[in-house]
Ligand binder design. Structure first.
Ligand code: SF4
Ligand code: SF4
Length: 455
């Protein structure tokens, strides 16, 4: 891709992003996002790939000032389905949505989860769940996996795998690291599998009659939920033709849905999530910001290693906090000291990955989030001007940290609904049924580069 090119070409089969050429004003913002921030555009040569390469992060769409580049819209299809009576309608909200939606209604970056729940119930959803539950579940599985890999000294460093844009980046550009990725599915795909198996059984619902929707800050989730290997309800119930997640809509699409349906967000009351997948710890909540997955996993790994919880004043891992592009820390977890790194934004990955590859650095555990600031800065979040971008994303992040500091449940394994699902259904982290429903596999996609590589 040459420097002076002002637009990105999108494949027709891109599952997350599309472009309406009639709205393009050739401003070049999409190129700037992909080339300078995400850096994917720098990583391949279109003469070799013949097709554009995309990790579905949506940063180009987020920066587009005219809606020419946008996420593949699903909210209009969803709106039509909401009037149908023959489905049980279930929706779950990802952590980062609640601290950004207020911006669209001149309310700022406080946590507006209560209003979102109220709005979704008015739209006709029967159950409104919290993906923070799915994040807690991810940590139960991932912290156990980390502890086991450290004990066995195998496949280190372990990389987080909850960001589908990072997973696709690794599949295309660094397939040599695929066995290092945590085998855990992401919070959203874990949540959806639990809705279409555990919840369906608990409520004695016909799984074919559940419409399951997720609201995410992320465009890459639209692609992730279509991956065959994350869809498990079909196999579990031996039925065909169902997906664990029927639709993912972005925060922006939810805002459009509320506006289209005349929901006055500002005046909505605060309502509570439904049960049994509606309670999350604040460790699960901070998944939505850079360093949050690392911190949540360390808190629970400490418990798995030592059989007791961290003291309240030791719960905050200050060294992995902040917003620097790469943060490294030595973390004491009782008898074990872990070397960890947090990569904040895709453009910061190359230098760390190449150093690991060359053996110049060693880490036990590495968090990678494609969007800068983590999911609070996701491609499906409300758009920001270049001037306000940094301060607004920081406010979203601070809002999550504030929630965590006030929370009564700051450890994923202390979430009562998590304890219940292991007692009733999953047995224990990394059990046979947990492996079947909550873990996944990855695919070497370096063939997409057509033989070209950035090196
Ligand atoms: S979605 Fe991300 S990777 Fe794909 S073109 Fe846009 S910025 Fe680039
Ligand atoms: S950082 Fe979060 S919002 Fe961004 S691509 Fe990854 S999962 Fe999606």
């Amino acid at each position: 891709m040459k420097d002076n090119e002002l637009e990105i070409i999108y494949s027709d089969d891109n599952p997350a992003i599309e472009k309406d050429d009639s709205k393009c004003i050739q401003c070049g913002y999409c190129v700037r996002a992909c080339r300078d921030e995400v850096t994917v555009l720098k990583m391949y040569d279109i003469n070799q790939t013949r097709e554009p390469v995309c990790i579905h992060c949506g940063q180009c769409a987020n920066l587009c000032p005219t809606e020419a580049v946008h996420e593949k819209f699903d909210y209009l299809k969803l709106k039509k389905l909401l009037s149908k009576k023959d489905f049980v309608k279930v929706i779950s909200i990802a952590p980062a949505v609640r601290v950004a939606i207020g911006e669209a209604f001149s309310l700022g970056e406080e946590n507006y989860e209560g209003k979102i729940v109220a709005g979704l119930k008015r739209l006709g959803f029967n159950y409104v769940f919290d993906v923070t539950f799915g994040a807690d579940l991810t940590i139960m599985e991932e912290a156990m996996e980390l502890v086991n890999r450290i004990k066995n000294n195998e496949r280190l460093p372990m990389f987080t795998s909850c960001c589908p844009a990072w997973v696709r980046y690794a599949e295309i550009f660094y397939p040599e690291f695929l066995s290092n990725l945590s085998s855990c599915k992401s919070p959203i795909t874990m949540q959806s599998s639990m809705i279409k198996t555990y919840f369906a059984e608990q409520e004695q619902l016909d799984v074919r009659k559940i419409l399951n929707v997720v609201v995410a800050p992320c465009t890459a989730k639209k692609a992730e939920v279509k991956r065959e290997e994350v869809n498990r309800a079909c196999e579990y119930f031996k039925v065909s033709g169902i997906s664990d997640t029927d639709y993912v809509i972005t925060t922006r699409e939810l805002i459009s849905l509320f506006r289209d349906c005349d929901i006055d967000f500002k005046t909505l009351p605060e309502e509570k999530f439904s049960s049994p997948l509606g309670k999350g710890s604040s460790a699960g909540l901070i998944f939505g910001k850079t360093g949050g997955v690392m911190e949540a996993a360390l808190r629970t790994a400490y418990y798995f290693l030592n059989g007791k919880d961290l003291d309240r004043d030791a719960i905050l891992f200050q060294d992995v906090r902040g917003t620097d592009g790469v943060r490294e820390a030595s973390v004491n977890l009782g008898n074990v000291t872990l070397q960890v790194a947090v990569i904040n934004g895709m453009k910061n990955a190359v230098r760390v990955l190449d150093k690991i590859k060359k053996g110049e650095v060693f880490y036990h555990f590495v968090e990678v989030m494609s969007c800068s600031f983590g999911c609070v800065g996701g491609g499906g979040q409300p758009k920001l001007t270049l001037l306000e971008m940094k301060s607004r994303k920081n406010k979203r992040l601070e809002s999550m940290e504030k929630e965590d500091s006030h929370s009564k449940i700051r450890l994923c394994h202390q979430n009562p609904e998590i304890k219940e699902i292991y007692e009733k259904f999953l047995n224990e982290p990394n059990s046979e049924i947990a492996e079947e429903l909550l873990h996944t596999t990855f695919v070497d996609r370096s063939y997409l580069l057509g033989g070209g590589h950035h090196e």
